[in-house]
Design a protein around this ligand. Sequence first.
Ligand SMILES: [Zn+2]
Length: 450
Amino acid sequence: MDNEIHIYNSLKNQIELFKPIKEGEIGIYVCGPTVYSSSHMGHARSAIVFDVIVRFLRQIGYKVNYIRNFTDIDDKIIDQASKLNSTSAEIANKYKAEYIQDMQNLGCISPDHQPCVSENINEIIELISKIIDKGYAYSANGDVYFEIEKFSDYGKLSNQSTEAMLSNTRIELNPNKKNDLDFALWKNAKPDEPSWESPWGKGRPGWHIECSAMSCKYLGEQFDIHGGGRDLIFPHHENEIAQSECISNKNFANYWIHNGLININKEKMSKSIGNIVNIKDALERWNKNLIRIFFLTHHYRTPVDLSEEKLIEVEKSLKKLSKKIAQSKADKSNDFEKAWKKCMSDDFNTAKAFGIFFKYANEGKLSLNNSKNLEEFENVMGISGWRDMISENKTIEINQSEIESIIAERNIARENKDWSKADELRSKAEEMGVTLVDHGKNTEWTIKNQ
Ligand SMILES: [Zn+2]
């Protein structure tokens, strides 16, 4: 490998030198969405963060096996289906397809595998049986619970006491549980809910078990990197660790990467506040490259405050930057590549890497003459084509007074019946991205359709 990588490992709360289990290869599992409604900008940020991490690791020579799941069986999906008088499968399939489309529209590469819970029920039942056999889970009235007291490392990721766990999350209270913190591996079937046959009767998996089962299927009992949003640390990732490590007696994932969450206009984005911004709506308003650059100019661990003003600001600075690059005559190689890769090798610091990019471009060191240098950076950030997006916008940057003076000059030519002059002036306006429309003696102008 060209570079040594350091990663902030949430499991140890420290930066560590990254060592893959198998030389040159990396297995990475990222928790994907629960498909019960349209995906929002929080999903977009997480997807872009891990997209760039995978692109970078591949760029520096690693063979990466990238897995992201779909939770297609869940209380939220069942609730949504009953609200809309639909089935769980219909709801899940609809939003799964929408998510895949959203990811494509955001320019994210597809993971190597995108498994769903509904396609891995056998693997899940098998894992639950093993956990029961080893004495870490118990069945009660058709439910199966993981008994957290049996797993002495419980809490090692979120680093909190059981009292804190009880107060920090909404715990599902159930008389079948021995301890309030015990969590469901299998839930007894309720009428009108999707269910499968199992040794404990008809039912469906709890939420957490799917990620233990599916990561093991594709990456083995122990793998390199586990990712997800910060909000998943407890209870979801804590529970994944318990379910997997009680069986394997090995570290489940060696490095845990958690991305920060997003705020909308300084408020936490949430359904209850009603300020959720869907990816679909955002992409109608903003170019995907602008959205990516906006997120990537923040370190993945910090929270991001998303606002229209900030996006407009980024757009403005990108316009300037694109001009600088187009005007630069630099043709000598420089240490741009070394500089941004160093930032990326230090806990995937895209914010610093973009800082380097802006600096070099502003100093005129990046040009279309040495575009290979530039393109490699753009490929890793997944922003190829951003310079076209900016120049597309440039055609709309019309100098109004210049157009007015062309129209005035052309009106004189028309009065003088100098048609060739009038046509010449019309072409000049066209070149500026403007169409002239004559209404008798008056002329109006509109922005030319692209
Ligand atoms: Zn998960």
